[in-house]
Design a protein around this ligand. Structure first.
Ligand code: PRX
Length: 630
């Protein structure tokens, strides 16, 4: 199954994957279970754009994640569920149990009217039912659209309406550290503006006493008892939809990225096994939420298709104390630990006793994802968590890519702090200059594109193929544009330098400036807003909003609070601006375009050289903004 064990293997496999991509990927795909093998490996055209992998292949991804492990590993733990509260017991769910739960959940969805091709919105906390619901959709060919349980009613409603979901799966609430959140109430508010929703399935969890709406809402625990545990998997075409997952765009509403069954399965399986060098029997923990792509690909599909034991953590790193991660690593003897730079940086601040208390000697591989990891955090992670003995894999990828793209292979690729290192087999990066030309050779810098398809890539934006083309395939025609900048050093190693578009990555979460701006504008006193990112010690980047009001605010602090609440209500707490500066005007060009370059400099606290401002309609506004900078 295309196993890489040495750097020479990597070089050899990489070469093969470039010279004969179709042979390479069909070898990989042959390691998985198919109902029917493909007639053709690949058809593609990045101008249309159109990409199809394993054409004519038939499969069900859950047969690879569940059924195929039952013959020999039915009693192996598939999921270790670590609850929010460390005083409660963890749960070990075997492959056999997971299989049965998924089949029952699938039958429950069917009984509630879900059919192949329907889009099911899942809004659940990190409890086992979230995994059951996702896999149950895949089992019956329904398309899951998971919405992170920190999003607001408005954000859920937008996603339900965009996908045309008919069924929502939620719970009566969630625990988050010492807080509880009433998810059902949020769903009730959301579905008021979602005419497509006919059923809401509610998992009773925190016993919040959430009322059910008769005719629409049903209890999970009641319906599940009415169905059998026998649910044959639906046969899916390789290019049938597996899921939609929304990600912020630099303009307009979030984009529903579409992933399909065959290519995504092959890619997540391959990249999981290869990058982490997963060995049978190891315990693997990705701390992401299943509401993000990291959780889809590397808590569920990648690990389960590889027969791994994957930890699912309900809680947060800081509660009841900053030792929570390290405690769980000791408790479950975790071998591979995968988290985000923002979590590393926040835990770095805590007294070292919170780490020293725990035995971390089981660890072999440490991963990082979500944003560039700064050198300091990289070294801290290596020294204090890895004890200098673990491979550190900094994985660069995106919701759109489905799986890892540029990442070291654990204990195979020589590491360089803060570098995502080299492309994985099958990935062909190209660095472009602003003039649109590819820059060859090493020791170069530019915009990161990918010039050849890989099986895990998103196929379209749900309902808006034109936007897919415009966003990813028009800036550099014939190439997939990532939106990221990068350096390729003298050794050909890649370092991702961050977004070059209007997306801000806050604590590893993608936020579009346009989306935040329109949320701030919803406040009745606000006329216009411009949002930029600024460096933040823990979050990586944070949100800085420049706000024009109809009249000078009487109580600026109070208004700031109200604006933050507005953003929280419309998008979710993650998008709240850290800094809000009230201004009387914004630096606009004569054609009305906001010069964000200037605002970024002000937000970064670097106003010594703002560059040429003579093209501004009103250069005086810059002085006022500089003077009021926070
Ligand atoms: O800017 C890059 C950054 O996160 C973006 C993708 O965000 P999202 O679709 O939410 O997926 C996050 C999880 C894969 C990228 O365009 N990013 C992600 N991982 C890294 C990174 N930047 C630098 N280094 C990384 N390892």
């Amino acid at each position: 199954m295309n196993v890489i064990r040495t750097f020479e293997d990597y070089q050899h496999h990489y070469q093969k994957s470039i010279e004969h991509p179709e042979n390479f990927w069909s070898d990989v795909a042959n390691g998985l279970t198919w109902r029917k093998k493909w007639d053709k490996v690949l058809e593609w055209d990045f101008h249309k754009p159109s990409v199809k992998w394993f054409i004519g292949g038939k499969l069900n991804i859950t047969e690879n994640c569940l059924d195929r492990h039952l013959a020999n590993h039915a009693n192996r733990t598939a999921i270790i569920w670590e609850p929010n509260n460390p005083d409660e017991d963890a749960r070990h769910i075997t492959y056999q149990q997971l299989f049965e739960e998924v089949c029952k959940t699938a039958n429950m969805l069917k009984a509630q009217g879900v059919k192949k091709g329907d889009r099911v919105c899942i809004y659940l906390p990190m409890i086992p039912e979230l995994a059951y619901a996702v896999l149950a959709c895949a089992r019956i060919g329904a398309v899951h659209s998971v919405v992170f349980a920190g999003f607001s009613a408005k954000a859920i409603a937008d996603r339900i309406n965009d996908a045309g979901s008919n069924v929502v799966v939620t719970s009566d609430g969630a625990y988050r550290g010492d807080k509880t959140i009433n998810l059902k109430k949020i769903v009730d508010e959301a579905v008021q503006s979602c005419p497509s929703v006919s059923k809401v399935i509610v998992k009773e969890y925190i016993k919040s006493g959430a009322p059910l709406t008769p005719g629409r809402d049903v209890w999970w625990h009641e319906e599940i008892t009415k169905v059998s545990a026998d649910c044959p998997a639906e046969e899916m075409d390789a290019e049938d939809l597996l899921f939609i997952l929304y990600t912020s765009g630099s303009t307009g509403k979030p984009k529903g990225m579409v992933h399909t069954c065959g290519g995504y399965m092959v890619y997540t399986n391959y990249t999981f096994r290869t990058t982490f060098q997963y060995q049978e029997g190891q315990v693997y923990w990705c701390t992401a939420d299943i509401g993000w792509v990291t959780g889809h690909s590397y808590i569920l599909y990648g690990p389960l298709s590889a027969g791994a034991t994957t930890v699912m953590f309900e809680g947060i790193p800081s509660w009841p104390n900053p030792g929570r991660f390290w405690q769980a690593i000791e408790r479950h003897k975790v071998n591979i630990f995968y988290t985000a730079p923002t979590a590393i940086r926040s835990l770095q601040q805590a007294p070292i006793e919170f780490i020293e208390k725990y035995d971390l000697s089981s660890l072999r591989v440490l991963g990082s994802v979500g944003e560039p990891i700064n050198e300091e955090a990289w070294h801290w992670y290596d020294k204090n968590i890895g004890k200098g003995k673990c491979a550190i894999v900094d994985t660069w990828w995106q919701t759109e890519t489905g799986g890892f793209m540029i990442a070291p292979i654990a204990r195979v690729t020589p590491l360089k702090p803060a570098f995502a290192t080299l492309p994985l087999p099958g990935v062909q990066p190209a660095v472009m200059n602003e003039g649109g030309l590819e820059v060859n050779g090493n020791g170069v810098e530019g915009r990161l594109t990918i010039k050849f398809p890989w099986p895990g890539m998103a196929r379209t934006i749900y309902g808006d193929h034109q936007r897919f083309k415009d966003t990813y395939f028009s800036t550099f025609p014939g190439k997939y544009f990532t939106g990221d900048g990068c350096k390729r050093d003298e050794d050909g190693y890649y370092r991702i330098t961050g977004r070059v578009d209007d997306i801000i990555i806050v604590s590893g979460h993608n936020l579009g400036t346009a989306e935040i701006e329109s949320a701030v504008d919803e406040h009745p006193l606000v006329t216009e807003t411009a949002v930029v990112g600024f460096p933040h010690d823990i979050k990586g980047q944070a949100v800085y909003a420049f706000v024009i009001c109809y009249e000078k605010p009487k109580d600026e602090e109070k208004l700031r609070g109200e604006i933050r609440d507005t953003v929280s209500r419309i998008i979710g707490p993650i998008a709240k601006p850290d800094k809000i500066q009230f201004v009387s005007g914004l630096p606009k060009t004569r054609s009305g375009k906001i010069m964000r370059r200037i605002l970024r400099k002000v937000a970064e606290g670097d106003v010594s050289n703002l560059g040429d401002i003579t093209t501004l309609l009103d250069p005086a506004v810059v002085e006022e903004i500089k003077a009021g900078a926070l």
